[in-house]
Design a protein around this ligand. Structure first.
Ligand code: MN
Length: 286
């Protein structure tokens, strides 16, 4: 048994994305390029939009990886070049496999835009292995009510991907990946068994937790990257906290990324741009 310790503490950067909505980004940043197999973690908002003002990300392509939208507040409309559309409401998750290529838009729903309100969500990018980069594009959607919840004393976990306390996610992944929304009360402690070969990180977005063998306090807006090990200690610091747990088996493959494309080589990146510009990735029919 080896207990994971904190390898690195990362402060999220504040910036804007899409049409200009505010985000906090722990990675990729200069202090943390990626967390194999994860490529990006954005916390979008929270932002209070006046009626008619909410912004989103209009039509854009992706190829070679997966994008995950997890909405905490507000309502998004996803539309894509495969002809599908999906309203993603508070608590819902959409796990999109861009694979061979997709064009999608992620905009406030008409109803949310008209009324305004609080928008708060996560956008997470997970890489696909070279062997799966050309899979058929599509998405898995699970509503808030259908996301499995695992509980332990003082701990509640929404299991978006992976498993915890014997509860398995409904979302299927191409390689072993865990993505979970943990709430841990003041004073509660969990020692979680962890697959030794997984990379692990926690990103706190409310309150504070203490994590790792050294019980390092991690506060709102900070991410801790953990060392390898077979257990991970997590404790509700002060009034407790809420955090995303990201874990997965590293792909250990070359990453060539630029903008919305993530491939293995520069040549594949150039092909992706050429295919998009020539309309071969498709477009959204409206
Ligand atoms: Mn996108």
């Amino acid at each position: 048994m080896t207990s994971r310790s904190v390898l690195k503490l990362v402060d999220a950067h504040s910036l804007t994305e899409g049409e200009g909505f505010p985000i906090r980004r722990p990675f990729p940043t200069s202090s943390c390029e990626d967390l194999d197999p994860f490529l990006m973690l954005d916390e979008v908002g929270p932002v209070q939009w006046p009626p008619g003002k909410a912004l989103g990300a209009p039509d854009h392509p992706h190829r070679g990886f997966e994008t995950i939208s997890y909405v905490l507040s507000g309502e998004k409309l996803h539309e894509d070049s495969t002809g599908k559309s999906q309203i993603i409401s508070a608590g819902d998750v959409q796990w999109m496999t861009a694979g061979a290529g997709i064009v999608h838009s992620e905009m406030p729903s008409a109803d949310f835009k008209a009324k305004g309100g609080k928008a708060h969500s996560f956008q997470i990018w997970v890489n696909l292995p070279a062997s799966h980069k050309d899979v058929k594009p599509g998405y898995q959607y699970v509503s808030n009510a259908d996301i499995p919840v695992a509980e332990s004393e003082g701990v509640s976990v929404k299991v978006i991907a992976g498993e915890v306390f014997g509860v398995s996610a409904r979302i299927g992944t191409h390689t072993p990946v865990w993505l979970q929304d943990w709430s841990i009360s003041a004073g509660a402690t969990e020692v979680l068994p962890t697959p030794q070969d997984f990379n692990f990180a926690v990103y706190v977005f409310k309150g504070a937790i203490a994590v790792g063998s050294e019980r390092m306090p991690i506060v709102d807006g900070q991410m801790a990257i953990l060392s390898t090990g077979t257990t991970l200690l997590m404790n509700g610091h002060e009034d407790g906290g809420r955090f995303l747990l990201l874990a997965g088996k590293p792909l250990k493959e070359p990453v060539a990324r630029y903008g919305p494309f993530v491939m293995n080589t520069k040549e594949e990146l150039i092909s992706a741009f050429e295919d998009y510009q020539a309309g071969r990735i498709g477009r959204i029919q409206r």
